[in-house]
Design a protein around this ligand. Structure first.
Ligand code: NAD
Ligand code: UDP
Length: 318
């Protein structure tokens, strides 16, 4: 198949591009490089079936016949999307409109990377797809949350009005190699801090929870949803193993050889609890995350060690 991955130079997108190429597809990786880097798919730079396209999805594009479109373009880390608030909303709304328009023009199936953030700071736990969420429309996270909610609406209405084959996946916190060490998310911050002998910055008292999914499991979920789900209804993807932020810090400290934590103020609107109910994904295509934190964290730490060493040696060379 000829497949477009928007956000193909990002953390999740780079893993997806590599998996799709490995399965024998021709892949167009499109990215503005706002938070991603072609270095994430450096190993594919001479691959005959991979094309890189430098493009911002807020502008329309024309790429000819496509079979599948994975629309992942959007910064995902709170500090990163809050550094570009208006552009983040436009990326979700116009970027999704352009992906759907491209899909409608050639009959391609379109998968939208939505997020657990559509549930906001949830009053229902764990979160099932029929929960409508508790989201601020004007708070500091709104540019991301409301942009992604509107993107879901566009997908649902392209399906209703034009019969477009769409998939909506709500991704819960995902981690793994190729995360940007500077993007400010919990795993990247803690690993980077632990490896450089700094205190781990726990926001608030650390009792807030997240459920961390290893990236390989998420990629299984994205491809499973695209190829086997056969529904335009939203589908949660994530690992339901729930941890407090303090637990995450302790596990990273144990794996990296000690260190300490400091407590910093909790950001506004930080969701208190988050855990996906993945029964729908399981029923539709057998989704079942396989990589526990005890395996995924060491792989991620190894990646960060290599990357930070590479950056340090570049710094010395410069
Ligand atoms: P990321 O920031 O690493 O990757 C996003 C990619 O999109 C980057 O390469 C960035 O340069 C690109 N991009 C951003 N704005 C763009 C624009 N206007 N035009 C073209 N490219 C643009 O983030 P990620 O973790 O890989 O997230 C990928 C997708 O999955 C995002 O849509 C995100 O909302 C969604 N998601 C991720 C998580 C997670 O935990 N990783 C959780 C929920 C949802
Ligand atoms: N967090 C933290 N220290 C950090 C980064 C994040 O305590 O250095 C907390 C953050 O307040 C949130 C959780 O970890 O409760 C997950 O944050 P992240 O930014 O990774 O993603 P979110 O799920 O909030 O979008």
């Amino acid at each position: 198949m000829r497949i477009l991955v928007t956000g193909g130079a990002g953390f999740v997108g780079s893993h997806l591009v590599r998996r799709l190429v490995g399965e024998g597809h021709t892949v167009l990786a499109l990215d503005s490089l706002l938070t991603g880097s072609w270095e994430n798919i450096d190993d594919l730079s001479d691959h005959p079936h991979v094309t890189r396209l430098h493009q911002d999805v807020v502008h329309p594009y024309e790429l000819g016949a496509l079979d599948r479109i994975y629309n992942l373009a959007c910064p995902a880390s709170p500090p990163r999307y809050q550094a570009h608030r208006v552009h983040t909303t436009l990326t979700s709304v116009l970027g999704t409109l352009h992906a759907l328009t491209a899909g409608a023009s050639c009959g391609a199936r379109v998968l939208q990377a939505s997020t657990s953030e559509v549930y906001g700071d949830p009053e229902v736990h764990p979160q099932r797809e029929d929960y409508r969420g508790a989201v601020s429309s004007t708070g500091p996270r709104a540019c991301y949350d409301e942009g992604k909610r509107c993107a879901e609406t566009l997908c649902a209405d392209f399906h209703r009005e034009r019969g477009l084959d769409v998939r909506i996946v709500r991704i819960f916190n995902t981690y793994g190699p190729a995360m940007d060490p500077d993007d400010g998310r919990v795993v990247s911050n803690f690993v980077r801090q632990a490896l450089s002998g700094k205190a781990l910055t726990i926001y608030g008292d650390g009792t807030q929870t997240r459920s961390l999914c290893y990236v390989d499991d998420l990629i299984d979920g994205l491809i499973g949803a695209m190829e086997r789900a056969q529904t335009p209804e939203p589908i949660n993807l994530g690992n339901p193993a729930e941890l407090t932020v303090r637990d995450i810090a302790e596990q990273i400290l144990a794996l990296t050889g000690g260190g300490r934590v400091v407590h910093l103020p909790l950001p506004a609107d930080d969701p208190k609890r988050r855990r996906p109910d993945i029964a729908r994904a399981h029923a539709l295509f057998g989704f079942s995350p396989r990589v526990p934190l005890a395996e995924g964290l060491p792989r991620t730490i190894d990646y960060f060690r290599r990357r930070l060493a590479r950056e340090a040696s570049r710094g010395v060379a410069e």
